[in-house]
Design a protein around this ligand. Structure first.
Ligand code: DAH
Length: 330
């Protein structure tokens, strides 16, 4: 009986490996000629079928055709993976991008402060909560004990959206999330609410009409003023350095009682960082929380304030300008 060398598993195995290891088009062309061309073994075998005895021809022919079909498939597969590779000639996605090299951009100082802030608070077990930039008058002011005409609204003179009712505004602080969050969650919880806020503010070196606020809210049983101070000390030291001291100064916010101003002693000066206090019982009630059972503290500050202090930036407005020469120093 006539023997055909192509009708063996080894033959196909070797062919398959060769097609898989193709590096370029000329290698592929050479393999195509070797395995599928007119002088290839399979072509010769097929031609010799004519000499085979009739009773064996059909069976052997079927086997040879299966081999040919396999070889065709190996070729096509190899061709398409070569095409994929050549279409992206030298793009190695695992290489670091140019933007990470020095001189090709870097992280904005405010974003650096925010990233550090998230890190520290999450280590302390806080959740980071997002909120809408457009807020209702109720959550932004009224639910925080600032009814219309309340003088404390003046501290946060803001813009209104003229929808006929004047009850929507670009939030003047992220404190509006306090009551929203209380309505949806049961204590205990610890959250920060970062986000851009908007004020109708005359701009100067220490005031901007837009800035990134970080609001904090902790509610639970037996939460006290010393928890507030301990938390803020940890965060301020994490952001500005372990040798920093903090102090509370008596202050007033309608949504906290007592209320304090938070200062840090940093590089020889006391600097004001933000406001804080124990959540007012009425605010807890507005959020559906029983003030006889739970207590809480809250605080809020601008991320830009920390950036200005930490990096010694003289004019806060620089953080909102696209001046790379300036920003790239930090
Ligand atoms: N909402 C205040 C502001 O934007 C900051 C603030 C002060 C937030 C005291 C608080 C707080 O939660 O208790 O100026």
């Amino acid at each position: 009986m006539q023997k055909f060398s192509t009708i063996t598993p080894e033959y196909l195995e070797v062919a398959k490996k060769s097609f898989e290891n193709v590096h370029n088009k000329s290698e592929l062309d050479a393999l195509k000629a070797k395995y599928l061309g007119p002088k290839s073994t399979i072509s010769q075998d097929l031609r010799q079928l004519i000499d085979i005895e009739k009773n064996q021809r059909a069976n052997l022919g079927k086997q040879l055709n299966t081999v040919k079909k396999n070889l065709d498939e190996f070729y096509k597969k190899s061709q398409s993976s070569l095409m994929d590779a050549t279409q992206l000639p030298s793009l190695d996605m695992s290489l670091p991008g140019k933007s990470l090299d020095k001189g090709f951009g870097h992280i904005h100082p405010t974003s650096q402060i925010l990233a550090q802030t998230y890190q520290i608070f999450t280590e302390l077990g806080f959740a980071i909560v997002d909120s809408d930039e457009i807020e209702t008058d109720w959550y932004n002011f009224e639910a925080l004990n600032m009814p219309p005409e309340h003088p404390a609204r003046d501290m946060q003179d803001t813009f209104y959206i003229d929808n006929g009712k004047m009850n929507l505004l670009p939030r003047s602080h992220t404190s509006g999330m306090q009551v929203r969050f209380m309505e949806e969650n049961t204590p205990p919880f610890k959250i920060i609410v970062p986000g851009r806020v908007f004020r109708n503010e005359d701009e100067d070196a220490t005031h901007a009409w837009i800035f990134n606020q970080v609001e904090g809210l902790v509610v639970g049983e037996g939460v006290s003023m010393s928890d507030l101070k301990g938390t803020l000390l940890r965060v301020v030291r994490g952001l500005l350095g372990e040798d920093v001291e903090i102090r509370f100064r008596a202050s007033y916010f309608p949504y906290t009682e007592p209320s304090v101003e938070l200062d840090a002693f940093y590089q020889g000066n006391w600097l004001e960082l933000g406001g804080a206090g124990m959540v007012h019982p009425q605010v807890l009630r507005n959020g559906g929380i029983d003030p006889d059972k739970y207590s809480g503290f809250a605080f809020g500050w601008g991320a830009e304030r920390f950036a200005v202090v930490k990096y010694g930036i003289g004019d806060l407005r620089e953080l909102w300008r696209p001046r790379f020469v300036f920003l790239e120093q930090f």
